[in-house]
Design a protein around this ligand. Structure first.
Ligand code: ZN
Length: 242
């Protein structure tokens, strides 16, 4: 079974279309979406339609879904995130909101768990930025692999004989004795210095996880953000990948 796990599209239709084109060559059996389909970008409705057309087997809720649905207070969001949540609320229709309500906090599939932020408090949307943040989720996870998003930084953490470290490179061969956290990165607003859209492929037969990157039309996504009334920083940051 080959899984495609992707996250944080954030209303960026150009990036979503680019990864969906790439998916057609990836021989994918199942899709897992890790949350934040809306927020920041100018095309939340079109991105929801795109996601629906793929028909993921699992849909995970991110803090932006919960913010838009009023399930989460957004006072602690950054100024830009708050503006994006308010703007997004104004453009989504009832059917689109209904779809976002179907997203769940955690999902399980054979050999893997998926959550937007972290497993210890999935409804608090905490960030895993480094090995010490990863520790709690690795202890809780009862599957060899746990996929996360939320930080918009693609990467892989491995717990090997009780020690947690960042695994270098974009592909790992899964060792049975280890546990892994894989951050699938962000499709629509990468913040790891690489502006290309990111996603992950887990191949159960091969026993591998790979992070992939795809170029997309950043200028087109930026133009739409600038003309939509969203904060301009949300456009400029896309080119910088931060
Ligand atoms: Zn996000």
């Amino acid at each position: 079974m080959r899984y495609c796990i992707f996250s944080d599209v954030h209303g960026n239709l150009e990036a979503l279309q680019a990864v969906m084109d790439a998916f057609t060559k990836d021989r994918i059996d199942k899709y897992i979406y890790l949350g934040d389909i809306v927020g920041y970008g100018a095309d939340p409705g079109a991105c929801i339609s795109g996601l629906q057309s793929l028909g993921p087997d699992h849909l995970i809720a991110g803090n932006h879904e919960w913010g838009v649905l009023d399930l989460l207070g957004i006072d602690y969001f950054s100024e830009y995130a708050r503006s994006a949540v308010e703007w997004t609320k104004g453009v989504l229709n009832a059917k689109e909101l209904e779809y976002l309500k179907s997203f769940r906090l955690i999902c399980h599939a054979p050999g893997l768990t998926a959550v937007h932020g972290s497993l210890d408090q999935p409804d608090k949307f905490q960030y895993i930025y480094d090995p010490s943040d990863a520790l709690r989720t690795l202890q809780i996870s009862d599957t060899p692999l746990c996929f996360v998003g939320h930080t918009h930084r693609a990467g892989i953490y491995v717990s090997e004989s009780g020690e947690v470290k960042a695994a270098g490179g974009s592909k790992v061969f899964i060792q049975r004795r280890n546990k892994y956290i894989i951050n699938a990165g962000s499709v629509g607003q990468p913040r790891d210095g690489d502006p290309r859209a990111a996603y992950a492929i887990y191949d159960g037969e091969e026993g591998t996880v790979e992070i992939k990157r795809v170029r997309y039309n950043i200028e087109a996504a930026q133009d739409k953000i600038r003309s939509s009334g969203l904060p301009v920083w949300l456009a400029s940051r896309l080119a910088e990948g931060r």
